[in-house]
Design a protein around this ligand. Structure first.
Ligand code: ZN
Ligand code: ZN
Length: 344
């Protein structure tokens, strides 16, 4: 076993504290990754809150980039010194229909999560990227395009692939109209990626103050979702709407904004969905949901971002300032993603 320094949940507390824990020695198909940058995701807040209720400690962090520091005996895709990225899934059964379709995120036997999961082979809990080193099967590590800033690549691994998969699934391209509800961590990447795919992008926001930022990200239109007349004017306009809002809301106005056969894809489900079924029926519309990404789509996203020069807009903080990042994320005081620098 290898001793690793990281930051973990604290029983009864809301933040994290330094903690030394063990990772496995490399198996033949493993690589060791010295972590350089780790994004801070909303899921980290939820995981820390529930971990704090029990005695077991949890190291969050499931979108990170780093440098290969060791390779197992059968590894073929990576060599020591190479820059790699890891997302929120680190293993899956490999044999079910979802895995065979490169949708390991929907593995019927449940994918192994980067933290808060259980390793399929040794039964030990997985611990995340708020730490100096990770050990991962090479099949769940990805090549980072050399021209991209590795700090700003980290959020692509969770927020990025979560919006990328639906954009690809519903074949967004030139001539498509795409709506994006909310422009936080997920939404700002949805705007950049949909724009780069050639779509006309409309941002729906509750905050007039965010309009300028949305245009800067590449949005063609910005609609204030609290303005009923502006929303009614959007009827039958969008082929696909990605709903990234994390607070419960009525989805009916967005269903109405879809064109015939359009799809509203929810990416921030936090409770029961509320909508008028008639808004689904009229125009034969679809309501869908998605989360995370498979291995093929994840590498495809990184390659696409390399070609188009796309990364997340990030605020980089030293690892020791992790509690500040968590506190500010809780208050939504971030533009658009915090990334922790493990070497600072
Ligand atoms: Zn995440
Ligand atoms: Zn599977």
């Amino acid at each position: 076993m290898r001793s690793i320094d990281g930051y973990a949940s604290v029983h009864g507390g809301s933040g994290v504290a330094p903690w030394t824990f063990q990772r496995r020695d490399l198996r033949p198909d493993d690589i060791a990754v010295g972590i350089d940058y780790c994004g801070v995701c909303h899921s980290d807040l939820d995981a820390l809150a529930s971990a704090a209720q029990g005695p077991a400690r949890l190291v969050p962090g499931h979108e990170f980039t780093g440098t290969v520091t060791g390779v197992g005996t059968t590894v073929t895709r990576f060599a020591v010194g190479q820059r790699v990225a890891v997302g929120n899934i680190v293993d899956s059964c490999g044999t079910c229909a979802a895995c065979l379709a490169d949708q390991q995120n929907y593995c019927h036997a449940f994918p192994t999560l980067t933290y808060g999961g259980v390793d399929r082979h040794d039964g030990l809990p997985t611990q995340g990227g708020f730490s100096e080193e990770y050990v991962v099967r090479e099949d769940f590590a990805y090549t980072v395009p050399a021209q991209l800033d590795p700090a700003a690549v980290a959020p692509l691994m969770c927020a990025g692939v979560t919006v990328w998969e639906p954009l690809r699934r519903w074949q967004v391209g030139p001539g498509s109209t795409v709506g994006v509800v909310g422009i936080g961590g997920l939404g700002h990447l949805a705007v950049k990626l949909a724009t780069a795919l050639g779509a006309r992008v409309t941002v729906f926001t509750t905050s007039p103050a965010k309009a300028d930022a949305a245009y800067l990200l590449g949005a063609d239109d910005v609609v204030l979702s609290t303005d009923d007349a502006a929303m009614a004017a959007q009827s039958d306009t969008q082929d696909l709407i990605l709903d990234t809002a994390s607070t419960p809301h009525d989805m009916t106005p967005y269903l109405r904004a879809l064109s015939m056969d359009g799809t509203l894809c929810s990416l921030g489900i936090t409770g029961r969905l509320e909508f008028d079924p008639m808004a689904l029926l009229i125009g034969r519309k679809s309501l869908a949901a998605a989360g995370s990404g498979g291995t093929r789509a994840t590498q495809e996203l990184l390659d696409f971002c390399g070609e188009h020069g796309i990364t997340a807009d990030v605020e980089v903080l030293p690892m020791a300032a992790v509690d500040e990042a968590l506190d500010r994320l809780r208050r939504n005081d971030v533009c658009y993603r915090f990334v922790l620098d493990l070497n600072a």
